[in-house]
Write a protein that binds this ligand. Sequence first.
Ligand SMILES: Nc1nc2c(ncn2[C@@H]2O[C@H](COP(=O)(O)OP(=O)(O)OP(=O)(O)O)[C@@H](O)[C@H]2O)c(=O)[nH]1
Ligand SMILES: [Mg+2]
Length: 227
Amino acid sequence: MTAPATPAAPAAPAAPGSPARDLPRIVSAEFKAGATAANQFPPPTVAEVAFAGRSNVGKSSLLNCLLQRKSLMRTSSTPGCTRQVNFLDVHNQDDSALVLVDLPGYGYAKRSKTELRAWGTLIESYLLGRPTLSGVALLVDVRRGLEDEEYQLLELLHGPAKVSRRPLDVVVVATKLDKLPASQRKLALGKLAKDSKLRIIGFSAKDQIGRDELWRRVRQAAGLDPV
Ligand SMILES: Nc1nc2c(ncn2[C@@H]2O[C@H](COP(=O)(O)OP(=O)(O)OP(=O)(O)O)[C@@H](O)[C@H]2O)c(=O)[nH]1
Ligand SMILES: [Mg+2]
């Protein structure tokens, strides 16, 4: 089991006048468990929102940005950094709580066939069998767009679950927006919206773009705020 890179420190309150002012402050975000098999998932408690996507797309970086922690989750320029399903406990100033889940990335060619099979089983058992899962953010590199794996994942997420639960709230997050010239961003986000038929949030962990909008959506997906 991988522990968080550094202990969580309390988040700084939003600066007065910032767009996050009306969002309840995150008071704690802590690593809860890391699972390499379904029997290691912690008992389901509060609503969970998971972050899925290709290896290296920026899932762990996005979580650090979202939770305003520098290195709660390990990130790396080498794909295949996150190898387990990581559960993070989050508590907010309004006394609400949710669990955010960092998933291992797919599409990492250097894995063995046995590893890839185990990955598929692990992800599927989480996404289809977790009763408390209420939302999924599918991360897509804004320069790459949707490929076969993303369409397959969207089909899986929109299909029937193996447990009784409400339909999942799915949002597509276009990552690494900073890598695209500002003049090309609107077009790329529009194409993603057309291809996925879903709402898109443009995001950059590096430049902190889209953080508040995504956090708002995550809270809604977890049922903490009305849509
Ligand atoms: N320029 C830029 N780089 C980013 C951004 N987000 C992540 N990165 C970089 O992309 C690389 C991969 O980031 P991770 O957050 O580890 O990606 P991941 O999706 O968790 O990868 P796996 O754990 O392998 O599935 C790292 O080098 C990050 O610094 C971003 O918004 N902008
Ligand atoms: Mg990762």
